[in-house]
Design a protein around this ligand. Structure first.
Ligand code: CDP
Length: 224
């Protein structure tokens, strides 16, 4: 098999990027990297340490104390923040409420993009996020830009969190997704925007099997 194929999956909050990315990685035996988990883990670190987000020197200093590692179990990606497994905690509301602000800080983005590009060296990989096809891997062989009806997205995320026992309302989830989309698309530093050569995948009315089949069709020409 050819080496170093990158599939970049970008799109709005909670439109199923990671579900598709995991399924695709499993099918193709590629590595899966959840770039959003990295921004979420950095956010958790800043929240825990009460980092002053207006002080850029402090941010740069804090970033040097953040060690992020992934370990993969059955294509589920787990993230370690300075050796501690934080995969569950980074999905909770305090992180969701602050992550897009923190992800708009230039120093944070620079540090994460550098790490992400390193991970993509000589590996077949699927990475999902907001700027993968535009900034992290502009030369990715396959770029998908995912979207779905905002109400459906909120319902999916609500059901996910309720199943985990979180105490959340559908309204607060809807508002959080809308707010993050706003911040992600309007920030100065590598905003969420469809790369010109990205294929749009609207999964509002698609099953998981259908969206996987669609994605496989896009990658197929590169793996035969
Ligand atoms: O899973 P969900 O779509 O809710 O979000 P995520 O992929 O976990 O990303 C959380 C947040 O991190 C996003 O709302 C963005 O603000 C930020 N992010 C980013 O700026 N760039 C990326 N490549 C990935 C995430």
């Amino acid at each position: 098999m050819v080496n170093n194929i990158v599939v970049a999956i970008d799109g709005y909050s909670s439109c199923g990027k990671s579900t598709l990315a995991k399924a695709l990685a499993k099918k193709l035996h590629f590595i899966y990297v959840d770039s959003g988990a990295m921004y979420r883990a950095v956010t958790l670190y800043f929240l825990r340490n009460n980092t002053d987000l207006k002080n850029h020197d402090l941010i740069v200093d804090a970033l040097e104390h953040i060690d992020l590692n992934f370990h993969s179990r059955d294509y589920e990606s787990h993230i370690l923040l300075n050796g501690e497994e934080v995969s569950e905690e980074i999905r909770q509301m305090p992180v969701s409420e602050n992550v897009s602000l923190i992800a708009s800080i230039k120093e944070v983005r620079k540090a994460m993009v550098r790490k992400q590009q390193k991970m993509g060296k000589s590996k077949n990989m699927i990475m999902d996020g907001r700027d993968i096809g535009t900034t992290v891997f502009p030369d990715a062989q396959v770029k998908l830009f995912m979207t779905a009806d905002p109400k459906i997205r909120a319902e999916r995320r609500y059901n996910e969190l309720i199943a985990k026992g979180e105490n959340v309302s559908l309204e607060e989830i809807f508002d959080n997704l809308a707010h993050r989309d706003f911040l992600d698309t309007t920030r100065e530093e590598s905003p969420l925007v469809r790369a010109e050569d990205a294929i749009i995948l609207d999964n509002t009315n698609l099953t998981q099997e259908e969206q996987l089949a669609f994605a496989i069709e896009q990658v197929k020409p590169f793996i035969v």
